[in-house]
Design a binder for this molecule. Structure first.
Ligand code: 3PG
Length: 202
């Protein structure tokens, strides 16, 4: 999943009607994967709408409990992301045959991830935890683990993470800030997406 696009936008959706224009704006900027969080009531409906947009891989974020795995799979989610590690969420995702990226913030979480046979995780919250230095420290005992750092990442810091071999992708909300969505500034979303992709390729 982490090889598809080096930048994954994290979306907090307030209006499900914004989902498709948002997806089109991201595709126009060169981003074909997006994480819609379950932090708002509109999230699930937006996920369902966006799942039908050709060429876009839509995942569900902020999945906290196993029943939400069922809900998002039924809404068409192509992957599941959690902010932390839950064995029950991971097991339900396996039962539903959907890729899952559990969140980790340290070595204990990664031990649980290894026990569950997974090798891709979301490192959260990457910035407050210490940035790229934390990835380097954790990658040493967990060789083969692949990280998607998230939380506090900016256009200026994303490259420092992506320069590390165990980091195929980063995620963040800066490309899809809530105010941009509220004001339907789709051209700005496209510009931010294109800028992020260009920086990721450097
Ligand atoms: C999240 O799940 O909220 C992501 O980590 C995004 O964090 P950001 O808003 O700091 O980019």
């Amino acid at each position: 999943m982490l090889d598809r696009c080096p930048v994954v936008p994290v979306v907090v959706l307030d209006d499900p009607a914004h989902a498709v224009p948002l997806g089109e704006a991201l595709l126009a900027g060169g981003i074909d994967v997006v994480e819609i969080t379950l932090r708002t009531a509109a999230g699930l409906e937006g996920l369902r709408a966006l799942g039908k947009l050709e060429g876009m891989l839509v995942g569900a974020g902020t999945v906290l409990v196993p029943d939400q795995v069922d809900e998002v799979v039924e809404a068409g989610a192509g992957f599941v992301v959690s902010p932390g590690f839950s064995a029950r969420v991971v097991d339900r995702a396996a039962e539903r045959d959907v890729p899952v990226l559990p969140g980790v913030s340290g070595a204990t979480d990664l031990m649980a991830v290894v026990e569950h046979g997974l090798s891709e995780v979301k490192l959260f919250p990457a910035g407050p935890l210490g940035g790229p230095a934390v990835v380097k420290a954790l990658a040493s005992p967990f060789s083969g683990m692949r990280f998607m750092p998230s939380g506090g990442i900016t256009p200026d810091t994303m490259g420092d993470y992506l320069a590390l071999p165990p980091v195929p992708a980063v995620s963040g909300s800066w490309m899809v800030e809530r105010t941009l969505l509220a004001e339907q500034r789709w051209a700005e979303v496209t510009a931010r997406a294109a800028n992020a992709v260009a920086r990721a390729r450097r």
